[in-house]
Design a protein around this ligand. Structure first.
Ligand code: FEO
Length: 395
């Protein structure tokens, strides 16, 4: 179970090849995931994080095979969310007095989830340290709202390991543990999906935090995340990528997203896509029916896009519920500096385009005036308005 990371640091987590959903059903897992926990055995023995609640008893039993639990001098709880704190109840029933180092907000979240159990919390702030023997120490760095109020990272001197918790992670099962062993295509795809769907709302905070961490001038040999690959080959590559992603990231891409009732709105969607390629052959175009495509995968494509076109027919004086739910998630993700256009068919009242435009504005998109609002089935004349809409999106 134990896997060597560096020096006297081992991985003691759980690789979950079967996980399909995360955050309830809100995040799709396509390539497995992991909850990474770490054991430091210097002068002091320190456990960094645990694993998700359903695996708590296995976690404790496996840990017992590696060490006498009574040797654990301290537990670091970088984050209170249950995928990292979920084994504490089982673990603390064996070693109830061991100090747990965490932020003040983590005490609230841990006690909020598991009740007040009289655990020996030691509240830490940015810059606080814990000597762990052999001339090494842990330095704590609060990561407030990245992505919970309680989040923090822990830096280990000597071996120069940053235990970053959720930051820089991916929902991606890597049996070989390290980034240089991972499928590079999947690694970066999953890292971006994780950023777009979980961290993007906090991008401005992240930019400041990355500057703060870099100002500390700490050498970093390894970034030991809590999900997916451990970054040991050029670990700063993911830090640089985060700085890029946090800065209103976009590529030369436009995403067309829609749902349709009787194919009229779908016809407009595909005409828009083809027109983008006609007017700008170098622009990548992606088309998704939001009621069929995976929401998180589509949002990752929106994250990469400089503009989107969103379509829904009018139903019940409004828009299709699939598109309404999709827009609500887009609003939460707080995309920045992206254009948007609306389109849709109707039979009589025809509110959908106006509602789409309003909701896209609320979600932070710069909505262009050009739109395609079609009574019944799109005619050649209706589709003749597509080039002007596309031209405006590409400006
Ligand atoms: Fe991996 Fe925010 O928990």
């Amino acid at each position: 179970m134990r896997r060597h990371v560096k020096g006297n640091v081992s991985w003691v987590g759980y690789i979950d090849w079967e996980l399909e959903k995360f955050h309830g059903d809100d995040y799709s897992i396509m390539n497995g995931s992991s909850q990474n926990a770490y054991l430091i055995e210097e002068g002091k023995t320190v456990l960094v994080d645990t694993i998700w609640t359903p695996h708590r008893f296995d976690f404790v039993e496996n840990l017992k095979k590696e060490i006498d639990l009574k040797k654990i001098d301290a537990i670091i709880a970088n984050h209170g969310e249950c995928d990292h704190s979920g084994s504490l109840t089982a673990l603390m029933s064996e070693i109830p007095n061991v100090p747990i180092y965490c932020t003040a907000n983590a005490v609230k979240s841990i006690e909020g989830q598991y009740g007040k159990r009289g655990w020996n919390f030691h509240i830490v702030k940015t810059g606080d340290t814990l000597e762990i023997g052999n001339g090494k120490k842990l330095i704590f760095v609060e990561m407030r709202m990245l992505h919970w109020p309680d989040s923090m990272a822990t830096y280990m001197t000597g071996d120069n390991i940053l235990f970053s918790n959720d930051a820089f992670g991916q929902h991606y099962a890597v049996e070989e543990l390290f980034n240089d062993k991972a499928d590079q295509c999947l690694l970066w795809k999953e890292a971006m999906k994780y950023f777009a769907n979980i961290l993007n709302p906090f991008a401005p905070l992240l930019t400041k935090k990355l500057e703060e961490i870099s100002a500390l001038n700490l050498p970093i040999d390894i970034i030991a995340t809590s999900h997916g690959a451990i970054w040991r080959d050029d670990p700063l590559q993911i830090v640089k990528k985060y700085a890029e992603w946090a800065n209103a990231y976009q590529e030369d891409q436009i995403t067309v997203a829609y749902d349709t009732m009787w194919e009229g709105t779908a016809k407009i969607a595909h005409e828009i896509a083809q027109e983008i390629s006609r007017q700008s052959p170098s622009t990548v175009v992606k088309v998704f029916n939001v009621s069929k495509a995976d929401k998180n995968e589509v949002m990752t494509e929106v994250f990469k896009s400089k503009a989107i076109a969103l379509g829904s027919p009018t139903v019940g004086n409004s828009i299709l519920s699939s598109v309404a739910g999709w827009l609500e998630f887009a609003r939460q993700l707080k995309f920045r500096k992206k254009k948007a256009a609306a389109f849709g068919c109707y039979g009589w009242s025809g509110e959908s385009v106006k509602i789409l435009q309003e909701k896209l504005k609320e979600a932070g998109f710069s909505v262009i005036d050009e739109n395609i609002r079609v009574l019944w089935t799109p005619s050649d004349d209706d589709l003749g308005r597509v080039p002007a809409l596309v031209g405006s999106l590409l400006e």
